[in-house]
Design a protein around this ligand. Structure first.
Ligand SMILES: *[C@@H]1O[C@H](CO)[C@@H](O)[C@H](O)[C@H]1NC(C)=O
Ligand SMILES: *[C@@H]1O[C@H](CO)[C@@H](O)[C@H](O)[C@H]1NC(C)=O
Ligand SMILES: *[C@@H]1O[C@H](CO)[C@@H](O)[C@H](O)[C@H]1NC(C)=O
Ligand SMILES: *[C@@H]1O[C@H](CO)[C@@H](O)[C@H](O)[C@H]1NC(C)=O
Ligand SMILES: *[C@@H]1O[C@H](CO)[C@@H](O)[C@H](O)[C@H]1NC(C)=O
Ligand SMILES: *[C@@H]1O[C@H](CO)[C@@H](O)[C@H](O)[C@H]1NC(C)=O
Ligand SMILES: *[C@@H]1O[C@H](CO)[C@@H](O)[C@H](O)[C@H]1NC(C)=O
Ligand SMILES: *[C@@H]1O[C@H](CO)[C@@H](O)[C@H](O)[C@H]1NC(C)=O
Ligand SMILES: *[C@@H]1O[C@H](CO)[C@@H](O)[C@H](O)[C@H]1NC(C)=O
Ligand SMILES: *[C@@H]1O[C@H](CO)[C@@H](O)[C@H](O)[C@H]1NC(C)=O
Length: 424
């Protein structure tokens, strides 16, 4: 006993001393008066980003250049907004952004990397993406993957990192991506991509404003999200494993995506052990955002090696559960297809979906097509299960339930339209 209490006393004496010696603190406020804040923010990260604490006070930090925060054993308290001015031609120049997210060579203007860090925006800070002029610009310019539209917050090559109570307003492109990372938690993320120019009411001018894309990452938690988007609320891309998403509100857009997968012939995309729970899909006023497409959907490219970079990748998706999902006038609650970007003469995909569970779904669809599962004839889907799937069709019309190249499905009530390709 005496030994233990002595030890406790010793450590409680030592640890405050250590933190006095080691922990550095940096506190800064926006410079204002049209000045550029990029340098002072980067200097603070440099001075206090290793074993220290950084406070960015309220106000708009004018961030005019690409920026990486390399954080080691440190915390950033972001009360202010990182404001990325909409200098579209500047940001579209390749040298103005990073290309760390390999898939589709997406551009990033702000990258957080490192280990054992917390970025806490305390429900008031985050990123101002100034997306409105971007969305309007791309009404008359072609959008392509990798065209340089910057994603707002990229967590890359990170280990044990937390992003907390963070708001991203008006992202020009994807709101978030986490890539090549392990043990990353997002707890409290609000993204809002909403067109406010009446000339475009009734149209979706905010495609590609995904809430978050996960790629090449293991053990990722996505908690307490509120995403207003014209595209995927969450997109689980290749090599995302052990992902937990909980309490996710998706306002408008495409719903939660698994994919696209199999986009690169040289890679297998592996997605395994994913739980999505307590999700709600909310249809918005059609003037503001016309789309509310799916609850959860799964998509792959075909097996044909096509285009540049060549498509036709394999892999698998298994053990995915989506539970307690509530829908508000969704077009097609559950959708699986393996013909993204393909034609009818293509080789079927070799990427197999299996062990997909849909539990405790409620709410409304605005078409009768509740479930449309169309697997690849090369690798038909086993173990698809539904339980308490209680989604209402308009005027309670009989639901359409489509199972193509599905090996086994359980728990669906209603008449299932089965079909198999000749290969099965
Ligand atoms: C941000 O800084 C740039 C470069 O100094 C300046 O031209 C621009 O006006 C500033 N923007 C804001 C909103 O202060
Ligand atoms: C892109 O940025 C680089 C570096 O600032 C510059 O040298 C080049 O002229 C820019 N290219 C265009 C097309 O503006
Ligand atoms: C910009 O970089 C992307 C990705 O590296 C590349 O595909 C594209 O050709 C580059 N564009 C220019 C104009 O250099
Ligand atoms: C990833 O992080 C590790 C250490 O944390 C570093 O050594 C490595 O260079 C980083 N890789 C890239 C591509 O940034
Ligand atoms: C998103 O932004 C729009 C336009 O500013 C606003 O009307 C709407 O309330 C916001 N949505 C959320 C969920 O905050
Ligand atoms: C809205 O978009 C129209 C069409 O591009 C443009 O002419 C107008 O200036 C925009 N309105 C505002 C307030 O930016
Ligand atoms: C769910 O997330 C929202 C933010 O989107 C938050 O306000 C709410 O408190 C969360 N609910 C629970 C039960 O944690
Ligand atoms: C996913 O991981 C597997 C090995 O586990 C690897 O062969 C494959 O190339 C990876 N795919 C991607 C997209 O990185
Ligand atoms: C399926 O995934 C869940 C959640 O990650 C995990 O707890 C469970 O062990 C996995 N089941 C199998 C058979 O791997
Ligand atoms: C939808 O939004 C438009 C544009 O703000 C507004 O005029 C209209 O009243 C809204 N409709 C409903 C049903 O709220």
């Amino acid at each position: 006993m005496r030994g233990l209490s002595f030890l406790l006393t010793l450590t409680s004496l030592i640890s405050p001393l250590c933190s006095l010696v080691v922990a550095r603190t940096c506190t800064l406020s926006p410079l204002g008066h049209g000045r550029d804040d990029t340098e002072q923010v980067l200097r603070a990260i440099d001075e206090c980003g290793s074993g220290g604490r950084i406070t960015l006070n309220e106000g708009n930090f004018n961030i005019t250049k690409k920026m990486t925060w390399d954080l080691r054993n440190s915390q950033v308290d972001l009360f202010g907004k990182l404001n990325f001015p909409p200098d579209i031609q500047y940001w579209l120049n390749n040298s103005s952004t990073y290309r760390v997210v390999f898939i589709q060579s997406q551009a990033s203007w702000f990258v957080v990397t490192g280990s054992d860090f917390v970025v806490d925006a305390h429900g008031q800070g985050g990123i101002e993406g100034n997306g409105q002029p971007w969305w309007e610009y791309f009404q008359s310019h072609t959008r392509e993957d990798g065209d340089g539209r910057p994603l707002s917050l990229t967590v890359f090559n990170a280990t044990r990192g937390t992003i907390r109570d963070f708001t991203i307003n008006a992202p020009p492109f994807w709101c978030n991506a986490v890539a090549n990372s392990v043990d990353v938690t997002y707890d409290g993320m609000k993204c809002n991509a909403t067109n406010t120019n009446a000339s475009f009411f009734g149209q979706n001018i905010v495609p590609n404003t995904d809430g978050i894309d996960t790629y090449r990452s293991d053990r990722v938690s996505l908690l307490n999200f509120d995403i207003t988007s014209g595209d995927d609320c969450l997109a689980i891309k290749g090599n995302s494993t052990n992902v937990l998403a909980r309490n996710i509100t998706c306002r408008g857009g495409n719903g939660v995506a698994f994919g696209s997968l199999g986009q690169y012939v040289q890679f297998n995309d592996i997605v395994e052990n994913v739980v999505l729970e307590d999700m709600q899909m909310i249809r918005l006023n059609a003037s503001i955002q016309p789309n509310m497409v799916s609850g959860v959907y799964f998509k792959t490219w075909t097996g044909t090696v096509n285009g540049v970079p060549p498509t036709g990748g394999g892999g698998f998706v298994k053990n995915v559960t989506s539970r307690r999902v509530s829908l508000d006038r969704v077009d097609r609650p559950v959708h699986v297809y393996q013909t993204n970007g393909g034609s009818s003469t293509d080789t079927p995909s070799s990427l197999q979906f299996s062990d997909l569970a849909f539990e405790d779904w409620t709410g409304t669809a605005d078409t009768t097509e509740l479930v449309d599962i169309e697997c690849s004839p090369a690798v038909p889907c086993p173990d698809i299960s539904f339980s308490n799937f209680d989604v209402t069709t308009p005027e309670n019309a009989p639901p359409e339930l489509i199972c193509k190249d599905v090996l086994s499905v359980s728990g669906l009530s209603g008449e299932i339209h089965w079909s198999y390709s000749s290969e099965v």
